[in-house]
Each structure stands twice: as C-alpha cells, then as structure tokens.
Design a protein. Structure first.
Length: 198
C-alpha cells in the first residue's frame, strides 16, 4: 500500500512511519521536513501536496496545531489556531484528498481524549477534537468508492512526557497501543468510528 503520513516528523508520525515502512510505501509529509513539505493551515499547500503525491491508498494525519493556554485570557486569534489547524487542516486533507485516493482507500485523522475528558489549558484542542469526531461520522456516510474514514483518539502518549503534568492521574498510552489503533483504522473494515487506543 502507498500510505501518506501527514505529521510524519512529529512524535506520533515518526513512530508510525517506522512501524509501517517495513511492509508499505510511506510518503512522509511534514511542515518542516519529510519527503514533502506542507502547511495544513493552507489550502493551497494541501492542493500542492496531493499534486505531488498523486494516487494513494491511505492517509494518516497526526498533525493538529492548536492553542494551549488558559481559557480566561484566550483571544479569538488564539482560539482560531485549533480551528484552522487541527480542524480545517484535517478536513481539507479529506476534501482535497478524496480526489486522489484509490477506491477502497482510507483516511485516518487524529482527535483526542480531551473531547470527553477535558483538562485545563486545552479548551481549544477539545473543541477541535469534538468537531473532528463529528466530521468523521458525517463524512463516512457520504464518501464513495468504498473509501473509509475514522479518527484515532488517544489520551497523552508515553513518548510526550512534556505533557504529563497537564494530565494528572492519566495513564499514558503506549506507542504500541497507539500504533494498533491506527492499524485498526487503516487495515480494518470500520468507517465512521472513533478508535480509542488502550
């Protein structure tokens, strides 16, 4: 399979690229590195990305810029960071990517446990996560050619200890559990699902 990983230079993306490259052709996409550079907050950049990639079988997105900071001082501009990045960036990957993906292919987006288990300083990410989950459910009933779409929704992951203080009492998701959440989406039969790695 030809798998496009958007966010391939980040913690999750780098791990997944390494796990999947043994058996599949991986196209690494990052904002500052990888096989192709792309800014998912720019529709033009996303269109250029798919022109370079051409046809593909699966897309994984682990990219999702959002604003981290206290609610009582958050501004409109700061809140829009998650809407334009994690939300619209990923939605546009699907809106444009559906013209290039092969029949029977799949999209896997990144959401997060903050949707149902909010933490301080993450209101922006929580809102974007919830919207991604709703989008996945709605898009699943309209995508044609057997194309599937799911979201993976982890809590804090073990390889990102810098976030542990924000998630008191939360048991970090192992990278292996995260990988198998993505495997379930990419290689399984589910669509319109929110997959929660344990």
């Amino acid at each position: 399979m030809k798998i496009v990983i958007v966010g391939a230079t980040g913690t999750m993306g780098k791990y997944l690229a390494g796990a999947f490259e043994k058996d599949h052709e991986i196209v690494r996409v990052g904002s500052s590195g990888g096989d192709i550079r792309a800014d998912i907050t720019s529709l033009k950049s996303i269109e250029h990305l798919f022109e370079e990639v051409g046809s593909f079988d699966a897309l994984i997105s682990t990219a999702g810029p959002s604003y981290v900071g206290p609610w009582n001082s958050m501004t409109d501009k700061e809140f829009r960071k998650g809407l334009e990045g994690k939300l619209m960036g990923q939605i546009n990957l699907v809106l444009v990517g559906q013209r290039y993906i092969n029949a029977g292919g799949s999209f896997t987006l990144i959401a997060g446990a903050l949707t149902t288990d909010p933490q301080r300083n993450f209101a922006n990410a929580a809102a974007a996560n919830g919207a991604i989950e709703a989008f996945v459910r709605a898009a699943a009933i309209e995508l044609d050619k057997g194309i599937r779409i799911n979201a993976v929704s982890p809590t804090v992951i073990e390889d990102s200890p810098q976030y542990f203080p924000y998630f008191p009492g939360e048991v970090p998701v192992t990278m292996r559990a995260l990988e198998y959440g993505f495997r379930k989406s990419v290689f399984g039969a589910a669509t319109g699902q929110v997959i929660t790695p344990r």
